[in-house]
Design a protein around this ligand. Sequence first.
Ligand SMILES: Cc1cc2nc3c(=O)[nH]c(=O)nc-3n(C[C@H](O)[C@H](O)[C@H](O)COP(=O)(O)OP(=O)(O)OC[C@H]3O[C@@H](n4cnc5c(N)ncnc54)[C@H](O)[C@@H]3O)c2cc1C
Length: 183
Amino acid sequence: MPLPSLADDLRRAGVGDVRFDRAHRVLYSTDASIYQIEPLGVVIPRSVEEVIATIAVCAQQGAPVLPRGAATSLAGQTVGHAVVIDTTRHLNRIMEINAEEQWVRCQPGAVLDQVNAALRPHGLMLGPDPASGNRATVGARWQQRRRRALHPLRRAGRQPGGRGRGLHPLQAPGWPDREDRPA
Ligand SMILES: Cc1cc2nc3c(=O)[nH]c(=O)nc-3n(C[C@H](O)[C@H](O)[C@H](O)COP(=O)(O)OP(=O)(O)OC[C@H]3O[C@@H](n4cnc5c(N)ncnc54)[C@H](O)[C@@H]3O)c2cc1C
């Protein structure tokens, strides 16, 4: 069961789309895995500020948070007794590409294939290239970041070259420095 005041506290903190009703908890209780766990509730943030507010309220109440992209991971990574943060609805924009310096700035819910379609004319790709790329998001790639990078395309193929640039989260305004964040 959700914590009684959590949804109200989230709304009071300025989070607009808070879905703690049974239907949404059931909808978000599955992903591409065999597991099924009802979350405490679901937040669909419209801005970075709403993500920050969600995490702050959940930290205050001791509620776990669980970011969710397309939910195509296969081992139950996006189901849990937590407040699910769905980034796919609104936080999915590609903001800036700098071909010269070989980087792209985008939001976590941006879909990999769309990012790569935007990068392709510049001879770049965000790798690797999963079969689920027409759904899978950049946020999840960042979570799995050790093996993911922005690569120059090699000739006509889509094989990554050797000079990956890596994925890095940006510091949002108002977000506490790493050392000040709750453990
Ligand atoms: C048909 C099919 C084919 C697949 N093919 C491949 C393949 O070829 N190669 C491959 O590697 N994988 C493959 N996968 C697995 C999966 O699609 C990939 O791991 C994909 O990158 C997951 O992306 P997603 O957006 O669905 O992430 P989700 O499943 O939504 O999330 C994955 C993890 O990332 C975390 N996360 C999501 N967003 C954020 C965020 N903003 N901040 C922090 N953490 C976040 C989640 O909490 C979760 O732990 C396949 C899956 C399916 C169903």
